[in-house]
Design a binder for this molecule. Structure first.
Ligand code: DOR
Ligand code: ZN
Length: 378
């Protein structure tokens, strides 16, 4: 008699999201619970309007996030067990780098204990990046020097903004024209190449596995669920699909396969970062639609599906390395205590979820049934 070897349960240390957009105000209140329930910590992006450029602003934003989690619990919408999970959530704050960021802001950020990184948005690269940097080495050398000395990571949106460079080539061009000169000029600077989307980025980060004198990796990368599961055909399937539009944009299949290989490799420099980026439905389904996929509520199931598609779930250790171990190791934080269980229990993603306007928000894979879901959190 043949024994069934189908894998049905995955048990992992509680995961973290190392790249997340939570927004602010009312929007924050709609989205924070999904992340607080499914992740113990998240690196929270600072591209608010106006951006989070100072430690003081980051500390105030952190308080608003924690208050929004508490408000969700107080609303009575969640079970006591879910609230107990949500109340463990820790937002890890990030400063938005501008050409005017003073070097001593890095000292304040380090001393605060709540700021864990600084984010580079090349000016004009993406949503709310207008206040970003137009000439990194020209404008920010003193700040980069200080970050290198103190071990504060630089998180990089890695796309050039030159209108002459094809939108599908902007990440690969960034490696040559910004990433390599940056790392040559600041060889001990710790860098996270955020939401990588190309074979070139996956190979570059795989090859650059050097560490500093404290044994810390100098370069790492986050990878989103959409870039592991979809290539650029998804944006045009049967018509224009605005909910598959994010930046950096989905690429060709060869790039998706390279990302899958990197994510499932178990290598310590690759970890989970959803880049979950909520925009109201009417702002995505518009004549000039916003970039961003909202994935936070179903992200863990999506990643499990991606790993399974690559035949990489049999080794739960590699999945757990990506979701729960490599990120904390890079950021010098402990692995979360407890256990999350995913099961082959199908879950249907709603067509829309409530959001600030009546149009709601359309999550990634709206209306589809995902094979894996989170069934227990402890
Ligand atoms: O698709 C994206 N959306 N990419 C980004 O870099 C920013 C994000 C957002 O804030 O909406
Ligand atoms: Zn992002």
């Amino acid at each position: 008699m043949a024994l069934s070897t189908e894998l049905t349960t995955l048990t992992i240390a509680p995961p973290d999201d190392w790249h997340l957009h939570l927004r602010d105000g009312e929007a924050l209140e709609y989205v924070v619970a999904a992340t607080a329930l499914n992740f113990r910590r998240a690196i929270v992006m600072p591209n608010l309007k106006p951006p989070v450029t100072t430690t003081e602003q980051a500390m105030a934003y952190r308080e608003r996030i924690l208050a929004a989690v508490q408000k969700a619990c107080d609303s009575g919408q969640y079970s006591a067990a879910d609230c107990a999970q949500m109340q463990q959530f820790q937002p890890l704050m990030v400063l938005y780098l501008t050409g005017a960021t003073p070097a001593d802001e890095i000292d304040r950020a380090m001393a605060s204990g709540v700021v864990h990184a600084v984010k580079l948005y090349p000016a004009g690269a993406t949503t709310n990046s207008d206040a970003g940097v137009s000439d990194l080495l020209g404008q920010c050398s003193a700040v980069l020097e200080r970050m290198q000395a103190l071990g504060m990571p630089l998180l990089v949106h890695g796309e050039v903004t030159d209108a002459h460079v094809d939108v599908f080539d902007r990440e690969a061009a960034f490696i040559e024209s910004v990433m390599k000169p940056l790392r040559a000029g600041f060889p001990k600077l710790r860098v996270v190449f955020e939401h990588i989307t190309t074979r070139q980025a996956a190979e570059y980060v795989t090859e650059q596995a050097t560490r500093d004198e404290h044994g810390r990796l100098l370069l790492a990368a986050t990878i989103t669920p959409q870039h592991l599961l979809y290539n650029r055909n998804a944006i045009f399937k049967g018509g224009l699909q605005p909910h598959w539009y994010c930046l950096p944009i989905l690429k060709r299949e060869e790039h998706r396969l390279a990302l899958l290989k990197a994510a499932t490799s178990g290598l310590p420099q690759f970890f989970l970062g959803t880049d979950s980026a909520p925009h109201a439905r009417h702002l995505k389904e518009a004549s000039c639609g916003c970039a961003g996929c909202y994935s936070a509520p179903y992200a863990l199931g999506l990643y499990a599906e991606a790993f399974e598609s690559a035949g990489a779930l049999q080794s739960v250790e590699k999945f757990e390395a990506f979701t729960s171990r490599n990120g904390p190791a890079f950021y010098g934080l402990p692995v979360n205590a407890g256990k999350f269980t995913l099961q082959r229990t199908p879950e249907t993603v709603p067509e829309t979820l409530p959001f600030v306007t009546d149009s709601g928000i359309v999550p990634l894979r709206a209306g589809e049934t995902l094979p894996w879901s989170v069934t227990a959190r402890a």
